[in-house]
Design a protein. Structure first.
Length: 323
């Protein structure tokens, strides 16, 4: 299996580049005949999909795809603005959904050429469902099938909104600062919150947390992940009941999927997204005993297989329903 890190020029911001990881079997990505792009969430870069031992990219390659994962500019190995080298309070939040959608467009153009395909299947996770949804609503001709995993769409939740941006940030976006940092202890606490006091070992295998977080820090100067804060403003919109994109404009076959224990992508919001989709071919699925980080948990194989069945399966009128 060949792995290459590409660097795609941004058309929105000349001089800036987007890292795009490519994995494929055979002599070239075009040999697969189909391609899938994975798009990350609000905090962690595209390597999230390629953690050793639970790599969704590797699973997709085994399923016959040329598989890709991007880093939105401001994340991972993509261009980082100078503001990330100084104290966060010295600059305003950046990397909103519109910038990420431009990065998705640039990467899909590159994938279509490298893999010699007309359309690319797309999988978005968490905030990545906002950016992929926005892309699919405006550029449908380049997408084959769409997966919105652990979606955040529009679900008014004042308490979560307050926890997300704080009292000052809600009224003054610049008070959030340009970026935030996350240590492994903070990441573990955030992940474990879905388990509701249960033993984390029941949900994730030994060593996964450490392997994952080491990979997340590979492009960082210290043992903490830096993430742009523009995404917090996007998430705040959703938690205030306002969608960032028109789900009714999405006419591509779409799967909405979440872990049943996910406290971030809640069931009511996921079902609201499912109902709002314009596609006649849409499915809704839940994976039992899965949290927001399901792609790294013990139940990840069930998620991967559910998505694989949707991406490779035939479409007919019976697909317009819940699994």
């Amino acid at each position: 299996m060949a792995t290459t890190d590409l660097h795609v020029d941004s058309r929105l911001a000349p001089g800036e580049r987007i890292r795009l990881r490519e994995r494929h079997a055979g002599a070239s990505p075009a040999a697969a005949g189909r391609a899938v792009l994975f798009v990350h969430g609000a905090t962690y870069p595209g390597a999230m999909f390629d953690v050793p031992g639970t790599s969704w990219l590797a699973h997709a390659v085994a399923d016959g795809y040329a598989a890709y994962a991007l880093d939105v500019r401001g994340y991972g190995g993509s261009t980082r603005p100078a503001a990330m080298d100084g104290p966060p309070e010295r600059a305003a939040p950046f990397a909103r959904a519109d910038a990420a959608i431009a990065d998705i467009a640039d990467c899909i153009a590159t994938i279509r050429e490298r893999a010699d395909v007309d359309t690319v299947d797309v999988v978005g996770w968490s905030w990545g469902t906002m950016t992929c949804g926005g892309y699919a609503a405006t550029r449908p001709d380049t997408i084959g099938r769409l997966v919105l995993f652990a979606p955040v769409f529009r679900h008014r939740d004042p308490s979560r909104l307050q926890a997300l941006v704080g009292r000052r940030g809600a009224g003054d976006p610049e008070a959030l600062g340009a970026y935030r940092t996350v240590t492994m202890a903070q990441a573990a606490a955030r992940w474990d919150a879905d388990f509701d006091g249960d033993d984390p070992a029941r949900w994730r295998a030994p060593g996964v947390l450490e392997r994952w977080f080491d990979l997340m820090c590979a492009d960082e100067p210290a043992e903490a992940v830096r993430a742009p804060n523009g995404v917090l403003l996007d998430l705040a919109e959703a938690l205030d009941g306002r969608a960032l994109y028109d789900a009714g404009a999405i006419d591509r076959p779409t799967l909405v999927v979440r872990g049943s224990a996910d406290a971030t992508a809640v069931r009511a919001d996921a079902l609201g997204l499912y109902d709002a989709l314009g596609s006649a071919h849409r499915q809704y699925a839940e994976i039992a005993d899965g949290g927001h980080f399901l792609l790294l948990e013990r139940r990840a194989p069930a998620l991967f297989e559910t998505v694989s069945r949707f991406l490779r399966g035939p479409l007919d009128d019976s697909d317009a329903g819940r699994l």
